[in-house]
Design a protein around this ligand. Structure first.
Ligand code: NI
Length: 388
């Protein structure tokens, strides 16, 4: 059993808040209601009202004694364009939008942590409780940094967590180094010359060229990245052609590249384009490539990870702490970790016996709400350890 100091009333409130957010999910940069609820609750707890940051972002600032360090603790607030298929009484009321990643839980956990910390009278430093918009592809973290969330006072370190259905509730993973990948996105157009399907000699077939390009791109990972490093190249969409007897003019593909190391991340676009260029030109086709680096790899600082680990051990016990939980998914908390040392923690939230084990971003995603009070306790103890 996890050691949790929240009262039963507080545990109940945490679940109520989460279910309220779950019922009213909002997409990236549209978190109007969510941020209103957050701002209202923060001021009820006694936080000074801050003006919105990065559109719908909210910050609760808790100033302790002069001279202490400043810690940023972050939750993301946005939901996903998914139609919920769970049959629960707090099912999404916003058709086609769903909290399918657990950000409803993150927001309520951070609110409760803010409430608990303002009740403590002996805080040694400053806390910034950051409620961020648009984690899902919108880089809300980056925008908050651009709008000065790390300044006045200057942030020294950052803590964040994610409910994690890859682990059962009660288990928590804390891992130093890279744990989530850098995300790149590209759109590639192969431009040929269309014509009659029975007269290929008069055309340049972009579908055949695309086939060769896709195959050649597999060597980006297998032949250009060391087997001891990590990268993924995925073509997730391909469109071209309209009829069985027509050779198309062009084919459009969309894909993603995921990497852990910044060096490999920076090499990928150049190498990818070399392959596309070489293969297309050999086939007589041309191409247009739009390549975009979306977010950085999430890299946990070793000292902050050690500190977070101590907090986690206190809450769930040594036997329930895991290391080495990594994924090639992306997370824009990486922008904070690129500026200040910090740690991002995975808090186990699945429960097989209750059927709460669908993956994040599934239309049936849901988690064991026991994980909420565990998360709050970890954040509180992490904060106390840092601000001493
Ligand atoms: Ni998420």
């Amino acid at each position: 059993m996890a050691k949790v100091s929240l009262s039963s009333v507080e545990k109940k409130a945490l679940i109520e808040w989460r279910r309220d957010f779950h019922e009213h999910p909002e997409l990236a940069y549209q978190e109007e209601r969510t941020s209103e609820v957050v701002a209202r609750k923060l001021s009820e707890f006694g936080y000074p009202i801050q003006k919105k940051i990065a559109g719908t972002g909210v910050m609760g600032l808790l100033k302790g004694e002069e001279g202490g360090k400043t810690l940023l603790v972050r939750a993301d607030m946005d939901a996903l364009p998914i139609r919920e298929e769970n049959d629960v009484e707090y099912k999404s009321k916003n058709e086609g939008v769903m909290h399918a990643c657990g950000h409803d839980g993150h927001t309520s956990m951070l609110l409760m942590t803010a409430k608990k910390m303002i009740e403590k009278k002996d805080l040694k430093g400053t806390l910034k409780f950051v409620f961020q918009p648009a984690e899902e592809g919108g880089n809300g973290a980056h925008r908050m940094i651009e709008e000065g969330v790390l300044e006045n006072p200057k942030v020294d370190a950052a803590l964040g967590l994610h409910l994690w259905n890859n682990l059962p509730v009660g288990k928590v993973a804390v891992t130093p180094g890279p744990i989530l990948a850098a995300v790149d996105e590209f759109e590639l157009k192969i431009i040929g010359k269309g014509g009659h399907g029975a007269m290929p000699e008069t055309t340049i077939d972009p579908i055949v060229t695309a086939g060769q390009v896709i195959t050649a791109l597999q060597t980006l990972v297998s032949r250009n990245v060391s087997p001891l490093d990590t990268a993924v190249v995925t073509i997730g969409a391909i469109q071209g052609g309209t009829a069985f007897n027509v050779i198309a003019n062009e084919v459009v593909m969309k894909g993603t590249v995921r990497t852990y190391s910044l060096k490999i991340r920076d090499e990928m676009p150049k190498r990818l384009e070399e392959i596309v260029k070489g293969v297309s030109s050999a086939m007589g086709a041309s191409y247009k490539l739009d390549y975009r680096q979306v977010c950085l790899p999430t890299i946990n600082d070793p000292r902050m990870t050690a500190l977070a680990r101590e907090a986690v051990v206190e809450v769930v016990g040594e036997e329930n702490v895991l290391e080495g939980e990594r994924t090639m998914g992306g997370e824009d908390f990486s922008f904070f970790l690129n500026q200040v040392p910090g740690c991002f923690i995975f808090v186990g939230s699945a429960n097989d016996s209750k059927g709460l084990n669908y993956s994040h971003h599934s239309s049936r995603f849901n988690f064991d709400e026991e994980a909420l009070s565990i998360g709050v306790e970890i954040l509180m103890r992490g904060i106390e350890r840092y601000l001493i």
